[in-house]
Design a protein around this ligand. Structure first.
Ligand SMILES: *Cc1c(COP(=O)(O)O)cnc(C)c1O
Length: 364
């Protein structure tokens, strides 16, 4: 028999999330050495030293369940953001939070709005719970807030917005988001996914907006600028009542002890964050200069990656890059068949990628 009919509606048609290819997989399948992975927007510096030390100590406590309430991390985050610990929900990565929001506030028949070219998880969680995705067309590869407002109906439960967006790196002006929030009906949850916020060179901070908008949920992660992607830890900040509901839905031990410990240590490492921004800024300039030399168009990015138009079938270029030991991310599944998303690496990694790309494209 087939279990496809048994699965709840939506699940049989789900297309699994396609992650960046792990380095080991490329070694195993292609026998390639000297691999550079610029595929998952990870921090090229490796984890913060303080986090490595904290995890080594915490390893001795692995036989115990983690603190299901994440007291230490919530306290550290509350101090950092000047909020109450009751406003925080911790997640197994912020992907976990994005899913918890959907399971807390929407069900079959409800509508969830997100943008064309927006982060893939929004569509996946929508489909998994049997809700109806409403996808608004992008403008200049980014979110069209006016179109998103117009798409709201009586059935709308959630709107997901990534700022900056992945995989395009586009960014919305905070003033425009504020105006948008003022127009969204109170009963509609707005998720502002700020996975790359630490890379922005702006003092603008969305967290104070929570005082005005009870329907706002801001998500953040330790996977990108904080260098802890492998540990899986993220969080949201919201109204305490919203956080309370989400905390009922989440798994009781959704963040591991090692992840909690590392996150507290990473939060305190300002020097690492500073270095991360500097490496990113330099790498961004290097990649842009390389693209311009090759005459390639790219989407201006505020994040730690930059998506480039290779003006041909990007999947083929992706494959040829693999043979050169360079893993990037094809984004045809995001409606961008001629683009590659390239995470910003260390100078030598960026160079290896640029050299391989110019060789493949015969541009230089
Ligand atoms: C990477 C990313 C996330 C976070 O992923 P986690 O590792 O689960 O925290 C969330 N949103 C966007 C837009 C991302 O690019």
């Amino acid at each position: 028999m087939s279990f496809c009919d048994q699965a709840v509606s939506g699940v049989a048609n789900l297309k699994p999330y396609i992650p960046g290819m792990p380095v080991e997989e490329l070694q195993r399948k292609y026998g390639v050495r000297n691999i550079v992975k610029l595929a998952s927007n990870e921090n090229p510096l490796g984890p913060p030293k303080a986090a490595i030390a904290a995890v080594a100590l915490a390893a001795k406590e692995m036989a115990r369940y983690p603190d299901g309430n994440g007291f230490s991390l919530k306290t550290a985050l509350a101090t950092k953001h000047q909020i109450a610990a009751e406003q925080i929900t911790l997640g197994n990565g912020s992907n976990d939070i994005l899913e918890i929001v959907a399971r807390t506030f929407a069900e079959k028949g409800d509508e969830i709005i997100f943008s064309e070219h927006a982060f893939a998880i929004y569509g996946l969680v929508t489909q998994a719970i049997g809700a109806t995705p409403i996808v608004t067309p992008a403008v200049n590869y980014g979110h069209d807030l006016t179109a998103m407002l117009k798409a709201i109906t009586a059935k709308t439960k959630i709107i997901y917005i990534a700022n900056p967006n992945n995989p395009t790196g586009t960014w919305l002006d905070p003033e425009d988001i504020k105006l948008f929030l003022e127009k969204v009906p109170e009963k509609v949850i707005v998720v502002l996914d700020e996975a790359y916020v630490e890379y922005l060179h702006t003092e603008e901070n969305s967290i104070p907006w929570l005082q005005h908008f009870q329907n706002l949920i801001i998500t953040r992660t330790f996977s990108k600028a904080f260098g802890l992607a492998g540990l899986r830890v993220g969080y949201s900040v919201s109204d305490p009542e919203v956080a309370d509901l989400m905390n009922r839905v989440r798994q009781p031990f959704n963040v591991s002890h090692l992840a909690l410990t590392a996150a507290v240590a990473a939060l305190g490492d300002e020097a690492y964050l500073q270095q991360t921004r500097e490496v990113n800024e330099a790498g961004m300039k290097q990649l842009i200069a390389g693209y311009e030399k090759m005459g390639l168009q790219y989407i201006p990015s505020k994040a730690n990656f930059i998506t480039v138009n290779v003006h041909t079938n990007a999947l083929e270029v992706y494959d040829e890059l693999l043979y050169e030991g360079v893993i990037v991310r094809p984004v045809a599944n995001y409606g961008l068949p001629q683009h590659l998303r390239v995470s910003i690496g260390l100078a030598e990694e960026n160079q290896q990628f640029l050299d391989a790309l110019s060789g493949i494209l015969g541009r230089g």
